[in-house]
Every structure is written in C-alpha cells, then in structure tokens.
Design a protein around this ligand. Structure first.
Ligand code: FAD
Ligand code: EPU
Length: 369
C-alpha cells in the first residue's frame, strides 16, 4: 500500500423493507493512527464503520468484503473488528477489511425485585456505559470505571479491575457468526470467561462480531472494596459509607494517578497478563527475592508482572520512540512516532529478560495484528 495513493471512497445504498436507507462508505488505504490508542500509523486496505446490525449485514454483502469472506483466509485474516483500538498492537498494514463498530444505544430490557437487565450496543464507550449505570443507581460495574474501549470488546478479554471482572455482571450477548452468517446468542456460561480470556480469544477467535451485550445489574448493591487502594482513597475523602458513585470516583482517581492517558501518551494498558504460577515457583523465586508480590488465584498464585518487569530493570526505560512507563512497568508506551514493530521489539526484550531472571514467560494481553 503506497502512501501516495489517494483514499478511494465508495458509497452504496441498501434499502430494506420498512427501514430507512443505510448509507455506508467503504474507504480504501485509510490510516488507522487515530483508531488505536498506541497511535501506530498503519493503513487498512479497506475501512468502514457501521452503526446498526443492518449496516453490518449490508457491508458484509458488499462486493469488496464478500471477496474476502469467500477467500481461504476467510474471517480470521481478512476482517478485523475494531472497537476503540485500546487493546491492539498494529504491527503492519492491515490487508483486507477493518470494520469499526459504532452501534449505540443503552436500554433497560427487564427488571425484577433485585436486578435490572440493561442492553448496550457494542459501539457504546465502556466508561459512558459505567456512568449511565452509576447515574441510574445500577450496581456491579463501578469498579470497572474509566477502562478505555467499547462495550462490544468488553467480553473479549473479560475486562477486569480492582477485584471485579466483566463476567460478574455479564448476562448475555448477541453476535454475528461470520462463518455461517447466522445470529447467535451467548450466555455467561457459553463465553467461557477466565482471567483476561474468553471463548472469543480462544476457540472462536476472529469468528464473531458482537453487536450488543446485556448486563445484570444490582438494585441492592454489594460493594467490592477489598483493594487497598480503594479503601485508602475513600478514607482520604472521609467517606465511611460509600455509594457506587463514591467507588466509581475512587477508581477513577486511582487510575488517573498511575496509568497514562492514551490521548497524551500512546499505550494499551497492561501489555502482559499477570502470570499465574504454582506454589513451588513462588517458593523458588522467594528464595532470591523475598519481596515477591503474589496473590492466591484459583489453584495457583498470581504474580505481579509489573513487579517482575521493574525488578528486571525496565521501569522508566526509554529507547527512541518507545518505553516502559515510569509509574507502571506493565504499561509500554509510544512517546510519539513509534512503529508497531518497535513496540513489539521492546516487549520481546522485556519478555526475554524476565524469563532469564525469573524463569517466567510473560504472556501478552494485547492483541497483535
Ligand atoms: P479493541 O482494542 O478495538 O479490540 C480488542 C480486540 O477485540 C480485538 O481483537 C478486536 O478485533 C476485538 N473486538 C473489538 N470489538 C469487537 C466486537 N464488537 N466483536 C468482536 N470482536 C471485537 N483492560 C482491562 O481488562 N482492565 C483494565 O483495567 C484496563 N485498563 C486499561 C487502561 C488503559 C490506559 C488502556 C489503554 C487499556 C486498558 N485496558 C484494560 C485494555 C482495554 O481497555 C480493554 O481490553 C478494552 O476492552 C478494549 O476495548 P476496545 O473497544 O478498545 O477493543
Ligand atoms: N508493581 C510494581 N511495579 C510496577 C507496577 C506494579 O512493583 O511498576 C506491583 C506493585 O506491588 C503493585 C502490584 O504490582 O501492588 C499490582 O499493581 P497494580 O495494582 O497497578 O495492578 P497490575 O497487576 O499491574 C492489574 C491489571 C490492570 C488493572 C489493575 C487494577 C492485569 C494484566 N492488569 O494491573 O488492568 O487495572 O490490576 O485491578 O491484570 C489492563 O488489563 O490493561 C489493566 C490495566
């Protein structure tokens, strides 16, 4: 793809019985720099946005995209779904089609004595959804305040923060299976949620396009205040009996104090997952490093990857355009002008040095394209 090529704009209209005309534009050779929070400048061969399920269906039956759906590469290599681009590392130009999900809408669909079921379009900004819940006194997602991204991407890695994961309030989702072209519903069980994982990152990777998610939110709230930082923040504010809004505000303040704002410094949050290891591994490392940070997690122990990276000497490191954030070693940053390959190269050096020092292989959380 040459930079000298002017973007070619193709527009087509599709009329469906009883619905308005949907105008859809498919652009060619579009820069994705403003569509990923690392701010990496690569091009998409084709790029289109959709605001409704009808538009998505129309797009998938457009000649440019059909070509790719029918190719051997099919869904996995030729269609890239994009939300807010806050958990991807674009290492090269994207061949095929990038589809940006902009389906909006937040609606209460059901209510009983204890719970309110709220359906949100996949393109709704996650934090705006959290604020809607706080505003309507619906509990369960307040600890997940200020996580960047869209509602539609939230089940992909089962987003989590401060003792809460998406799976705790997730009820169901609706998605298009692009292999069979059928609409499918997934229950909480169907999603096979795990730590920063779901069926959409494993068996069904790249196969479904999520268009809406329904949440089961509380009327009688159970606050999750176990994280020391939340307690400290509430104490600082002199709050003894917090509301969900207080918890949301506390989480926002904590996050702002240590995570870089992608609008100022390119990043994708934690670059690696926190490794879960056996008690034997914890004991082995503690013989040399008695201050190892670890927490019981299921059958094993979750280590703080940020601690491992800091101990390996990377915190605050800078090399050209890229670096390891000075306030949180688990976050790799683009100081401006970095390529995806440079960020990837730094991540591999960090991975190798943590492996050499502790015998632990860090697994990336970020999705590589
Ligand atoms: P994208 O980056 O656009 O996409 C991520 C993946 O999901 C891609 O593989 C994409 O193809 C796929 N995808 C996106 N939308 C759809 C869809 N509708 N259907 C099917 N596939 C889709 N994450 C946490 O869990 N906890 C945190 O505390 C946290 N903090 C962060 C802090 C910062 C500063 C940043 C930059 C990121 C942080 N993240 C965190 C990571 C990120 O916010 C989440 O992973 C978020 O859910 C990504 O949403 P997105 O819309 O940007 O997804
Ligand atoms: N630590 C260090 N040095 C560092 C960073 C962390 O020693 O540079 C140690 C500290 O001891 C600290 C511990 O690691 O107490 C944990 O750090 P922090 O509370 O910042 O959380 P984290 O484990 O680094 C995880 C998630 C975050 C989430 C926070 C809060 C992962 C991979 N990351 O980070 O999620 O917001 O907990 O719950 O699980 C993301 O997924 O993108 C993300 C930001």
């Amino acid at each position: 793809m040459g930079n000298t090529m002017l973007p070619k704009l193709q527009t087509f209209a599709k009329r469906r019985a009883g619905s308005r005309i949907n105008m859809i534009q498919i652009q060619q050779h579009t820069s994705l720099q403003s569509f990923n929070t690392f701010g990496v400048d690569v091009e998409a061969e084709y790029f289109a946005r959709f605001q409704t399920e009808e538009q998505l269906m129309a797009l998938l039956s457009s000649p440019e995209i059909l070509l790719h759906v029918n190719s051997d590469y099919a869904h996995q290599k030729k269609i890239l779904l994009l939300g807010a681009g806050s958990n991807i590392l674009l290492t090269k130009h994207v061949e095929g089609v990038v589809l940006k999900n902009e389906i909006g809408g937040v609606d209460i669909v059901h209510e009983d004595e204890d719970y309110v079921y709220v359906k949100a379009g996949a393109g709704v900004i996650w934090h705006e959804f959290v604020l809607y819940c706080v505003e309507h006194d619906l509990g369960g997602v307040e600890n997940l305040s200020l996580i960047p991204g869209t509602v539609g991407a939230s089940p992909i890695q089962n987003i989590g923060a401060y003792g809460v994961e998406l799976k705790d309030t997730f009820h169901a989702l609706r998605a298009l299976d692009i292999e069979t072209n059928e609409w499918v519903n997934f229950s909480n069980y169907d999603c096979a949620f795990g730590y920063r994982s779901s069926i959409f990152k494993t068996a069904l990777k790249g196969r479904v396009i999520i268009t809406s998610v329904t949440f089961k939110l509380t009327k009688k709230h159970q606050l999750h205040l176990a994280y020391g930082a939340i307690k400290d923040q509430l104490k600082l504010k002199g709050i003894d009996h917090p509301t969900i809004r207080d918890v949301s505000d506390a989480v926002i303040a904590i996050r702002q104090s240590k995570l870089p704002d992608p609008s100022e410094i390119g990043n994708a949050g934690s670059f690696f997952k926190n490794p879960v290891v056996s008690a034997e591994v914890v004991q082995r490392i503690m013989q040399t490093f008695p201050d190892l940070v670890s927490n019981k997690s299921g059958d094993g122990f979750k280590l703080a990857a940020g601690w491992l990276i800091e101990k390996a000497g990377w915190k605050g490191y800078r090399e050209g355009h890229v670096g390891c954030y000075e306030k949180q070693a688990l976050v790799l940053v683009n100081y401006g002008g970095a390529t995806g390959a440079e960020i990837l190269a730094l991540s591999q050096k960090i991975q190798q040095s943590v492996r050499d020092k502790f015998g632990i292989l860090l697994e990336p959380e970020v999705n590589f394209v």
